[in-house]
Ligand binder design. Structure first.
Ligand code: ADP
Ligand code: TRP
Length: 326
């Protein structure tokens, strides 16, 4: 099985990114499968318009992924723009992608609904994502819930190309872990860096404490039984807790007679210990950016090998080849 996913370097990773996507990258690298993971800097260009920030974010994303357990000996890690074949494939796919398909995609639709004007880059964002996936004959794409639509669009784009030119592309499937597909933020909505409700994986513990202790909980008297289902503090707690600890807390909720402050403190302790090793690895790696660049260069070389084979196949199929001598 060929696994692939990408993540944008638009800021530091939060708990939603980790449990919704990155943890699956790491689990999936450990089997017999081929796993490719990349930092989607070309996609990030649709929102980050500051050169130094994009460069720093890209390096930070690589350091974060490696610190969280992505192993360059088991998986291939690279930066999207280091495989320029992807932009060429993106154009080729664009020629058989119906406009209507892209008009229905949520990033563009949401922006338009707000009365904002979108760039052509944002509009065609799903085509570049399809190129990312199809360029490596990927079969399984680990993502959080919000990216399922894009993987479906990729299947449609591949299907539309195959319809015109023959069975060129493998159709991929999204890989979503249901329990963590939509991690709630501090306000109970989906955790996202754009909603100001996120807890970053590597931010200072002091700041994390402030955020968690500030979570608004329901104001009914302590004695009253509470429903753990749909309670975002409970959901966040269960991300870090063992099954046994989660079960105990669910019972406590149903019984009532507890304070949310205690739950928040426990959550902080669990989260701190959960990421303690990753924090140490991050400190070590941040001191060795040249090592990180080396890993990325090796990853890009491996990725390009596969990418150029697939691109050649695509070009042959649609007639983008040097004319044979008559
Ligand atoms: P953000 O919404 O903060 O901008 P991204 O869109 O960059 O996050 O998402 C990167 C990856 O993390 C994607 O695979 C996405 O599905 C996943 N992801 C993001 N937020 C969450 C969340 N709250 N719960 C689960 N997965 C998430
Ligand atoms: N669009 C994805 C996101 O915002 C990132 C991404 C780009 C991606 N290319 C991809 C994810 C290919 C999976 C496969 O999170």
């Amino acid at each position: 099985m060929r696994i692939l996913s990408g993540i944008q370097p638009t800021g530091r990773f939060h708990w939603g990114n980790y449990f919704g996507a990155i943890r699956q990258y790491i689990d999936l690298q450990n089997g017999q499968d081929t796993a490719f993971y990349f930092i989607a800097n070309l996609h990030a260009l649709t929102t980050v318009r500051e050169k130094s920030r994009l460069v720093q974010n890209t390096l930070d994303a690589a350091i974060d992924l490696l610190s969280l357990g992505l192993d360059p000996n088991r998986a291939t890690l690279f930066v999207q723009s280091d495989v320029p074949e992807v932009s060429e494939l993106c154009w080729i796919l664009m020629t058989t992608t119906p406009m209507g398909l892209l008009e229905r995609c949520h990033a563009y639709k949401d922006k338009k609904a707000k009365g904002l004007t979108a760039d052509a880059g944002l509009f065609s964002y799903p085509v570049l994502m399809a190129a990312d996936i199809l360029l490596y004959d990927s079969e399984l794409v680990p993502v959080g819930e919000d990216q399922i639509q894009h993987v479906e669009v990729c299947r449609d784009i591949a299907g539309s190309f195959n319809h015109s030119f023959g069975e060129v592309f493998v159709l991929p499937k999204a890989y979503v872990v249901k329990d963590t597909a939509k991690v709630p933020g501090l306000d109970g909505g989906k955790m996202s860096k754009s909603y100001g409700n996120a807890v970053d994986v590597f931010e200072e513990i002091k700041l994390q404490r402030k955020k968690i202790m500030g979570i608004v909980t329901d104001s009914r008297p302590m004695e009253e039984p509470k429903n753990p289902e749909g309670d975002h503090l409970f959901e966040l707690y269960s991300l870090f807790a063992s099954a046994e600890q989660t079960k105990l807390l669910a019972e406590t909720y149903c019984r009532g007679g507890f304070g949310y402050g205690g739950v928040k403190k426990e959550l902080l302790v669990l989260a701190e210990s959960y990421f303690a090793e990753a924090r140490l690895r991050r400190e070590e790696l941040s001191a060795r950016p040249e090592k990180v660049r080396e890993i990325l260069a090796e990853g890009a070389a491996r990725a390009r090998k596969k990418a150029s084979e697939v691109l050649q196949r695509v070009k042959q199929a649609c007639g983008i080849v040097i004319l044979p001598t008559l």
